[in-house]
Design a protein around this ligand. Structure first.
Ligand code: NAI
Length: 246
């Protein structure tokens, strides 16, 4: 797969899945921009090592998002791929959670993805081409106690993917979604060993996934090899949701 001559934008790219996506696109020859919020040191190191460009940007700040897209357009004249990866998990049982917690998760995961998709839609429509890949979660497919906010945001990302595909597909823009299961990143590092063991027991492949096993699917969906795939999602969960255990 080559992305030489293409410009790629990855949100939340300093670590975890986003970092693997940044590195893989750089390896495939793309000009890559990635956003980060708090991880300045990690972001600067990744930029120096990979040649990608780091942009400080919050999912919750529309003016920063618009400025980031303007910067990229001014510097490269194009945005071929948007990977809506930035996300936050904030688990709590509903009776113990506050409205602000619910709103924060929805704002970062769903509103943020909407803001980025809106911002890149005009340059992509002008070019009559582009690919948007949203990152959802198995929490958007099945119920997980304590994750009403997170799973609602991710279920909405799946619906958002389909409707955005319906809007932009006629303009040559493919919108698709990747649905990871349990992947070893900072997001899952805080889970208790007991929960990790229980989750792993349910996974057909009997192990957590690695960021690179997700990024490969992102690159596939962005590539010409997926030129006839639109409005779909691909589950990357080692078989976690493929069966029920008795
Ligand atoms: P991570 O916690 O390592 O990375 C999340 C990224 O999002 C970070 O770069 C962070 O800076 C960025 N981010 C968070 N809040 C932000 C905000 N308000 N503004 C800007 N950026 C913000 O987590 P991971 O695992 O790499 O997650 C990447 C994506 O994959 C997320 O959307 C997550 O929901 C999704 N995912 C992860 C799974 C896992 O098991 N690790 C499973 C399913 C989905």
């Amino acid at each position: 797969m080559t992305f030489a001559g293409k410009t790629v934008l990855v949100t939340g790219g300093a670590r975890g899945i986003g970092r693997a996506v940044v590195e893989d696109f750089r390896q495939a020859g793309a000009t890559v921009y990635f956003t980060y919020r708090k991880s300045q040191e990690l972001a600067e190191r990744l930029a120096a090592e990979s040649g990608a460009v780091a942009l400080p940007c919050s999912q919750s700040a529309p003016e920063q998002i618009e400025a980031a897209v303007s910067t990229i357009m001014a510097q490269t004249g194009r945005i071929d791929v948007l990977v809506n990866n930035a996300g936050v998990r904030s688990d709590q049982f509903i009776v113990l959670s506050a409205y602000e917690q619910w709103r924060h998760v929805l704002d970062v995961n769903l509103d943020g993805a909407w803001r980025w998709a809106k911002a890149v839609s005009i340059p992509m429509m002008s070019a009559s081409s582009g690919a948007i890949i949203n990152i959802a979660s198995v929490g958007g497919l099945v119920g997980i106690a304590g994750q009403t906010a997170y799973s609602s945001s991710k279920g909405a990302i799946l619906a958002f993917t389909r409707s955005l595909a319906a809007e932009l597909g006629t303009r040559g823009i493919r919108v698709n979604c990747v649905v990871p299961g349990f992947i070893e990143t900072d997001m899952t590092a805080t889970l208790s060993p007991a929960l990790k063991r229980e989750n792993t027991r349910r996974i057909l492949l009997k192990r957590m996934g690695q960021p690179r096993e997700v990024s490969g699917v992102v690159l596939f969906l962005a590539s010409d090899a997926a030129s006839y795939i639109i409005g779909q999602h691909i589950v990357v969960d080692g078989g976690l949701t493929a069966t029920v255990s008795f």
